[in-house]
Design a protein around this ligand. Structure first.
Ligand SMILES: O=C(O)c1ccc[n+]([C@@H]2O[C@H](COP(=O)([O-])O)[C@@H](O)[C@H]2O)c1
Ligand SMILES: Cc1cc2nc[nH]c2cc1C
Length: 351
């Protein structure tokens, strides 16, 4: 068995008994029933994931940020040039990007990995080398990558979880950097949903309406040229996906296999989540959706995943920024269930 198959075989449902015990405790705490809304749902879901009636605060918070390039940028689908991918990776390594600031705020460690930028950076001590190839091929003309390359990138993502999150009580956030990756993510969503491409296509880094329509036409062409099989997630990922997207699929599967909660970020990690769910439906139980991105397809993606976004901040940055912002809400939910007094303990009358 290869690492992907082993990981898929390791994914179990969360512990329902621990979930129920957590729900009972939440109902006994000094507040009207259900009045802490989504925080309560986070607390009982975390109990099921950690297999503990009382979930623990994360031992370590980690933001895994994956970089990759996209051959389809040759079609003019992004507002920015491809060289921005390595330039931003250097910015991440120097601590000056939004993800660095928000991770410092959240007390999280940031890990940056190159899954296949078009031009590799000269050796950087703190950059993980998970390169599969020098960017994907142009999906408007043929498959973005081979099936083997997609599996290699997924397995590199699984390995990253095994190396970086040894304690299952860690909390993992995922994020990405890749000029052109909203095009790949939209194609993945269109392949799985069958919805009209124009409805799913957004502005990405900031293209104007005319270029958004051209971007939708290019995604339509990529789907027509490649004919991805929606019943075969690896086929969809290889034909119209991306290397960093495949890496995030691996991280999600790796976290689900290890029983570690994983927070997905915006539209691109959502596309990875769709592929992961399609490979292993149970892995959605280990995911938290951090925020609702401004990309129009993101709401549909989250509905397909059955996940509720915790934050609505009109963000569309990526990098894992929404995911790390959500860490404090997950910690807050864990504190609530552990630290609040019950009606009996506080001598408060129940309604
Ligand atoms: O996270 C999101 O929802 C999101 C929405 C739009 C753009 N992005 C980021 O912008 C880049 C992709 O945009 P584009 O226009 O080049 O496809 C990539 O680096 C993403 O991290 C991210
Ligand atoms: C500057 C910049 C920063 C980003 N971070 C994630 N995607 C990005 C795209 C651009 C263009």
């Amino acid at each position: 068995m290869n690492l992907l198959q082993q990981t898929l075989a390791n994914i179990n449902p969360p512990d329902l008994h621990c979930q129920q015990l957590a729900q009972q405790r939440l109902n006994s705490l000094t507040k009207p029933l259900g009045s802490l809304g989504i925080l309560e749902e986070i607390a009982w879901r975390l109990a099921g994931i950690q297999r503990l009636p009382l979930p623990k605060l994360p031992k370590e918070k980690i933001s895994l940020v994956l970089a990759g390039d996209h051959g389809v940028v040759a079609e003019g689908v992004s507002a920015f040039p491809q060289e921005v991918t390595p330039q931003m990776v250097l910015n991440f390594l120097q601590g000056g990007a939004a993800i660095n600031v928000l991770a410092r705020q959240a007390g999280a460690r940031v890990v940056i990995a190159d899954f296949g930028m078009a031009t590799p950076l000269p050796h950087q001590k703190h950059l993980m080398d998970c390169r599969v190839k020098a960017g994907t091929d142009n999906m408007a003309q043929g498959p973005a990558m081979s099936r083997q390359e997609a599996v290699q990138a997924i397995e590199a993502g699984i390995t990253l979880v095994l190396q970086q999150a040894k304690d299952p009580l860690s909390l993992i956030g995922i994020g990405e950097m890749g000029i052109g990756n909203t095009t790949a993510s939209t194609a993945i969503l269109a392949a799985f949903s069958g919805l009209p491409v124009l409805e799913l296509t957004g502005q990405g880094t900031g293209i104007v309406e005319e270029r958004r329509q051209q971007k939708a036409a290019i995604i339509g062409r990529a789907l027509a040229v490649n004919r991805p099989d929606a019943t075969d997630p690896l086929d969809v990922l290889a034909k119209v996906g991306g290397l960093e997207i495949a890496g995030m699929v691996g991280i999600i599967l790796g976290c689900a296999g290890a029983g570690t909660p994983v927070v997905i970020d915006g539209f691109i990690s959502g596309a990875a989540a769709l592929v992961a769910q399609s490979l292993a439906p149970l892995c959605r139980e280990y995911m938290f959706a951090s925020h609702l991105s401004q990309e129009p397809g993101h709401r549909i993606m989250l509905e397909m995943l059955g996940l509720k976004p915790i934050l609505h901040l009109d963000m569309r940055l990526g990098e894992g920024t929404g995911a790390v912002l959500t860490f404090s809400f997950i910690e807050a939910a864990s504190r609530i269930i552990n630290e609040m007094a019950t009606f009996a303990e506080a001598g408060v009358s129940q309604g």
